[in-house]
Ligand binder design. Structure first.
Ligand code: UDX
Ligand code: UDX
Ligand code: ADP
Length: 461
């Protein structure tokens, strides 16, 4: 008999914790779920009456929050109370790449996780099941266990690894209908308690249980493989541009081999997002720390190829605009790292903009979901130039037509659907001639644009 879970606490109300727990609350109305965060502003936004103000944008999320919030889904800053009352605690805090000290730029920074562990240990007065949701380096559970057992009040903690595989932009769909749910652990009863929660809406055959370390390593491996596919097809896109092959045709041809599969073979300006680069760097760091140099170097190439792709896209713009973009206005359509999200972490747009700004370009950005503050913060974070300079050279506007007005070139950085249905004739008429479009997402229709007299460049063609 496994323990029946009545109350859940989730620490971390971000892109993972928020949507994941909202879906659990929707599917399990009998479980009371409290999502806590030390960021009071973020919690206030989750509690905002106006659902447009939720801190995370995901198609379908607002409806679920509207249904469950106040019924069995709560957002709070009272972390201790939520820990104290919960039978099961999900840890969904951020694990960014370290930006200081040993492993700087490579290893995951576990300080937020450790803080959580210490807080849980000091508060808990009865047995708890702890679930790692954040992506963590292999064997983090051992560190967590050690902290809990040495600083706790003599209660039992069972640690489970339950990595999240949702992709942003399709989070709700991925959570409601996952390819699989992975649960790693040592204690049968704790594993069964978590299996029973998912079993409310996920078929038992899709709930996979493994040992802790396999589960932790599978998450890093899955992201590394997915990113590798993007880098692999992007490497071929460069070859296509030289040889006259078309990368979409190559993707289609290889993807029909069931051993390869058709998904995740879309050539692009480069992958972004909070996970791929961080998780590969982490894998590389772990491999190095075990002396597995060849393994580390193998995976490192996936990142090098991604950096090359972003640089190549920017270089092509500069070269095509007669080798200078100095003082030229370039319109960026899209800033998010993919469509249907307001997340910009590691977005290719940031790095492409940075290269072009180094060449003294003037950039005007339009993104349907990303705020001006976010865009400036992303550029400031690079520390390439002062924030005054960033504000002088980069303008953020509210319509695509404003962005493209009088521009020498348009660069498509995110594959937002709405970009396809713009009045491209109107855009061309407003632009400097020749009017260039650099499509980093292979989103637009070449024939349509060429008929309008655009000079159209797409990745891998
Ligand atoms: C390969 C391609 O599969 C085929 O499409 C192409 O036409 C020719 O090259 P082949 O070399 O005959 O075919 O055999 P394949 O089954 O692909 O195996 C190649 C090697 O990879 C073998 O040594 C095999 O043992 C190894 N392999 C394959 C693995 O080690 N692990 C795997 O999961 C698959
Ligand atoms: C990824 C994993 O897909 C998900 O399982 C994991 O839980 C978190 O990391 P996410 O980063 O949200 O999800 O989005 P994803 O759809 O994987 O896209 C990542 C990046 O790769 C985006 O910048 C996207 O534009 C790019 N990409 C993806 C391509 O360039 N080509 C493709 O074919 C697929
Ligand atoms: P992810 O994409 O992994 O969800 P986010 O950065 O969106 O990452 O969310 C992580 C959240 O975790 C942030 O809102 C942050 O404030 C919160 N957080 C980090 N450490 C703690 C902690 N010790 N206690 C409570 N909340 C925390």
């Amino acid at each position: 008999m496994s323990k029946t879970i009545k109350k859940i606490c989730c620490i971390g109300a971000g892109y993972v914790g928020g949507p994941t727990m909202s879906v659990v609350a929707k599917q399990c109305p009998h479980i009371e779920i409290t999502i806590v965060d030390m960021n009071a502003e973020r919690i206030a936004a989750w509690n905002d009456e106006n659902l447009e103000n939720l801190p995370v944008y995901e198609p379908g999320l607002q409806e679920i929050v509207a249904e469950a919030r106040g019924r069995n889904l709560f957002f709070s800053t009272d972390i201790n109370k939520a820990i104290d009352e919960a039978d099961m605690i999900f840890i969904s805090v951020n694990t960014p790449t370290k930006n200081y000290g040993k492993g700087k730029g490579m290893a995951a920074d576990l300080k937020y996780i450790e803080l959580c562990a210490r807080q849980i240990a000091s508060v808990a007065k009865d047995d708890k099941i702890l679930v790692e949701k954040s992506t963590l380096p292999v064997r983090t559970a051992a560190a967590l266990k050690s902290i809990l057992d040495n600083t706790g009040n003599g209660v039992n903690f069972h640690i489970l690894s339950n990595p999240e595989f949702l992709a942003e932009g399709t989070a709700i769909q991925d959570l409601i209908n996952p390819d699989r749910v992975l649960i790693g652990g040592e204690n049968e009863e704790a594993i069964a308690a978590l299996v029973n929660i998912y079993a409310h809406w996920v078929d038992q055959s899709k709930i996979l249980t493994t040992n802790l370390w396999s589960s932790e390593l599978s998450k890093l491996t899955a992201n590394a493989f997915l990113a590798q596919r993007v880098s692999s097809i992007n490497s071929i896109s460069a070859l296509c541009e030289k040889t006259g092959a078309n990368v979409d045709e190559v993707s289609k041809a290889i993807g029909m081999d069931t051993r390869i599969g058709a998904k995740f073979l879309k050539a692009s300006v480069g992958f972004g997002g909070s996970c791929f680069q961080k998780d590969i760097l982490n894998l590389v760091y772990i491999a190095r720390s075990y002396g597995l140099t060849e393994v580390a170097e193998y995976w490192d190439q996936v990142i090098l190829m991604n950096d090359y792709q972003k640089q190549r896209f920017a270089d092509n713009i500069i070269q095509t605009l007669y080798n200078t973009v100095s003082g030229k206005k370039i319109a960026f359509l899209g800033w998010a790292f993919k469509k249907d999200t307001n997340d910009t972490r590691e977005s290719a747009a940031i790095y492409v903009a940075d290269y072009l700004l180094n060449e003294q370009a003037e950039i005007t950005v339009y993104d349907p979901k990303v705020s001006a503050e976010r865009i400036y913060a992303d550029l400031d974070y690079l520390n390439t130039r002062s924030s005054e300079e960033n504000r002088l050279l980069v303008k953020v506007v509210n319509t695509p037509y404003e962005a493209c007005d009088d521009a020498h070139a348009v660069a498509i950085l995110t594959e937002w659907d709405e970009f396809k249905s713009y009045d491209w004739k109107k855009i061309k008429d407003q632009m400097k001639k020749p009017a260039f479009v650099f499509d980093g997402r292979k989103l637009l229709n070449r024939k349509q644009l060429e008929d309008l007299d655009f000079k159209y460049y797409a990745i891998g063609e």
